[in-house]
Write a protein that binds this ligand. Structure first.
Ligand code: NAD
Length: 694
């Protein structure tokens, strides 16, 4: 039987140990389920006094095997395994170390009792993949711990073994070697009477609907249109209000509906995409990252400070170089204040703060600091002359072989590299603001960038907690280049009938963290104005808003008015500016439907994304989606712009783009050759077989 290979059956006297052995994380693939079933039956036949389930390697189990999703299910199912556990006359215990997540925790919940190592993580993260726990987790956990189960299931956040013990779903926390301690615990406790979770009533009695609904409302307040948190609420509610078997049916209905739904497909697309995007197809296998023990960041402003904090947060010593002691002090203080806020909120210990602070240093001695660097990231003003001057100096001061990276958001990496004698060691490392928070890192490959330089940028990005995605060199790279293309349509929408709040409402109910106009206010409207001035382009509404002294949140007014708590309020002045302009430009205003707003904001980005793929600026469509989800507030449950296009269908995308290009006179919306081709072939971005070369 194939299961034996995936579940080892060991006998420690009369305690039988079944070890899950499906590296690396013991997912519950078919063979594991079969092995468990066989093992449980065999142990009973052989007269075991107790059966202990434990994981090989670093985890108990990370849950279901995601690659089996959407394929015909092979028996035995998890519920069949759980039935065998619950019908067993011999008590079955789970011994948890590392993680017990999703189906892994559900397996443990079906057991007669659970023990765990200190610090083990237990949770039901299904909600984050767009569905609900599907093997009884929503029914058993509430029966073990009551209303607290709602928080764990709706948030999807794991808790530690210690917290789980306090809540009541871990029976003992055992230090030392887990198997050894758990076998002893099992032997000692085998004779006890255990009430299975399914038979427990004490925690679900006296259901208080008002209290439940209030808790549910709080927990789902930030779902922004995501369905799975509501599915979790419905399933958990059934645990309190219906018999166990009927509750299981409610859970199953929610699971089946959600797992096949678009949102969970989108979340899986992003889940796998984030791994895929870190694989660089044309990087030679022997490309090795250069060793980095000290990072030097040039410039301690908004970005430099954030980058330095990221390094220190992940244990990498870092030095900030500034032009004056005053600027340096300001930069270091900002980092300290930021960390202190985290300490005050209880999310960082004082000891951890001190550890991070000790890893961060600063200097105004450029040459000395750079001479000691293993990697330099430049984050000075966005000005080519300044950057070239800095890179010329960096090249002279840095040891040979050290990679010099720029955090520029728009400037040409090749031109920056030309100021050095080591263009092969120059790359872009484009962080996003706030750099200590945002996960995305667009690494930019210049025409001379060597595999070793790219491997180093990738490796360091991962080491300091980022998600590096390699892109090609062009104005705005991938993310900013695509979002920039929304501008003309947003201007037209404002003139034709929308107000800022209409556009932001549609985009936020789609799930965006923040609508485009509110985002503009946050970044500062003068930035866009400066770019337009440099490029000689106009945006009548934006220009008029800036001319009225409305630069965004920093002046307490932009597209919106802001009160003293930075709450945004619709602005009558902006409405008047827009209406006056529309009249002057003889645009007849009309009511614009939400769907049209959504399409006219998103489709220009899709078209530009296709152009980016044609030019080989991104390797794969998934890279673009990963960039938007991790750097631009695109909700993961919507899957990103290219996923959006695929769901609409490329033929519809083509037709809509052509239609909007014609009626709005925006030539940028002419469908690109790639979209024309995919529409004609009935293809999609997901199945695109591109050259995958950047
Ligand atoms: P900033 O003005 O906040 O900081 C720049 C800092 O660099 C200043 O403190 C300045 O004193 C210092 N500096 C200037 N010349 C220097 C030199 N020769 N040596 C040492 N320090 C020097 O600017 P920022 O917002 O942090 O942007 C920095 C870079 O990051 C720019 O290239 C920008 O385009 C890019 N970027 C910014 C954002 C953003 O949202 N702010 C996002 C991504 C990338």
């Amino acid at each position: 039987m194939a299961g034996e290979q995936f579940v080892e059956h060991a006998r420690d006297g009369d305690v039988h140990v079944l070890r899950l052995a499906n590296p690396p994380v013991n997912t519950l693939r078919t063979e594991v389920r079969a092995g468990l079933l066989d093992g449980i039956q065999a142990a009973q036949r052989e007269g075991a006094r107790a059966i202990l389930l434990i994981g090989n390697g670093r985890n108990f189990s990370a849950g279901a095997e995601m690659t089996e999703f959407g394929k015909p299910r092979k028996p035995p199912s998890l519920p069949e395994v759980f039935d065998a556990i619950e019908q067993s006359k011999v008590p079955v215990f789970a011994a948890i170390h590392g993680n017990a997540l999703g189906g892994g925790l559900e397996l443990a919940l079906a057991c007669h009792a659970r023990v765990a190592t200190p610090g083990a993580q237990v949770g039901l993260p299904e909600v984050k993949r767009g569905f609900v726990p599907g093997a009884g987790g929503t029914q058993r956990l509430p029966r073990l711990i009551g209303l607290e189960a709602l928080r764990i299931i709706v948030s999807g956040e794991p808790v530690t073994a210690e917290e789980a013990q306090k809540l009541g779903f871990v029976d003992a926390v055992l230090p030392g070697d887990l198997e050894h301690a758990a076998v002893a615990w099992a032997r000692e406790n085998a004779g006890r009477q255990f009430t299975l979770a399914r038979h427990r009533k004490d925690k679900i009695e006296g259901f208080d609907a008002a209290k439940f609904d209030e808790a549910a409302k709080k927990l789902t307040a930030r779902s922004r249109g995501q369905e799975s948190p509501l599915g979790c609420v419905a399933a958990v509610r059934a645990a309190f209000t219906q018999p166990f078997e009927e509750g299981l049916n409610v859970e199953r209905e929610q699971f089946t509906r959600l797992v096949q739904g678009e949102q969970s497909q989108a979340l899986r697309h992003i889940f796998f995409g984030e791994r895929e995007a870190q694989r660089i197809p044309d990087l030679p296998a022997d490309a090795k990252p250069l060793p980095v023990n000290r990072l030097v960041v040039i410039g301690g402003g908004t970005m430099g400070g954030g980058i330095a904090m990221s390094a220190a947060n992940f244990g990498l010593p870092v030095t900030i170089v500034e032009t004056s002691q005053e600027a340096l002090d300001r930069g270091l203080k900002r980092c300290e204040a930021n960390w202190q806020r985290t300490v005050s909120s209880g999310r960082l210990s004082q000891a951890e703060y001190e550890k991070r602070r000790a890893l961060l240093s600063g200097t105004t001695d450029f040459e000395k600091a750079v001479g000691e660097a293993d990697l330099v990231i430049e984050a000075v003003f966005e000005n080519m002359e300044v950057k070239k001057e800095v890179f010329g100096r960096l090249d002279k001061a840095a040891r040979p072989g050290v990679v010099l990276a720029s955090n520029t958001s728009t400037l040409n990496i090749d031109e920056i590299a030309s100021a050095t004698k080591r263009p092969e060691l120059v790359v872009g490392m484009h962080f996003f603001s706030p750099a200590n928070v945002m996960r995305l890192l667009e690494n930019v490959k210049g025409k001379a960038s060597s595999p070793a330089a790219i491997a180093t940028a990738t490796e360091i990005g991962k080491r300091i907690g980022k998600l590096p995605v390699l892109v090609g060199n062009c104005d705005g790279f991938v993310g900013n280049r695509m979002t920039g293309k929304r501008g003309p349509q947003i201007e037209k929408l404002l003139l034709e009938g929308c107000l800022p709040q209409d556009i932001d409402r549609v985009m936020e109910s789609y799930g965006m963290a923040m609508g485009p106009l509110a985002t503009g206010d946050l970044a500062g409207l003068d930035i866009g104005a400066a770019v337009r001035k440099a490029r000689g382009t106009v945006a009548p509404v934006a220009d008029a808003v800036v001319a009225a002294g409305r630069l965004g949140q920093k002046t307490s007014k932009g597209y919106y008015d802001y009160d003293e708590n930075r709450k945004r309020l619709p602005s009558q002045e902006v409405e008047r500016i827009i209406l006056d302009l529309a009249e002057k430009m003889q645009v007849r205003r009309r009511k614009i439907e939400d769907q049209e707003i959504l399409e006219r904001v998103l489709l220009p980005m899709v078209n530009e994304g296709a152009r980016i793929l044609e030019e080989g600026i991104a390797y794969r469509p998934i890279d673009i989606d990963v960039i938007f989800v991790n750097g631009f507030g695109w909700p993961a449950f919507r899957g990103g712009p290219m996923f959006f296009a695929d769901r609409l269908g490329l033929k519809a995308v083509r037709d809509k783009l052509a239609h909007y290009a014609e009626v709005t006179g925006d030539r940028n919306l002419q469908p690109t050759a790639l979209i024309e081709q995919l529409a004609k072939e009935g293809g999609s971005f997901a199945t695109l077989k591109g050259p995958a070369k950047v």
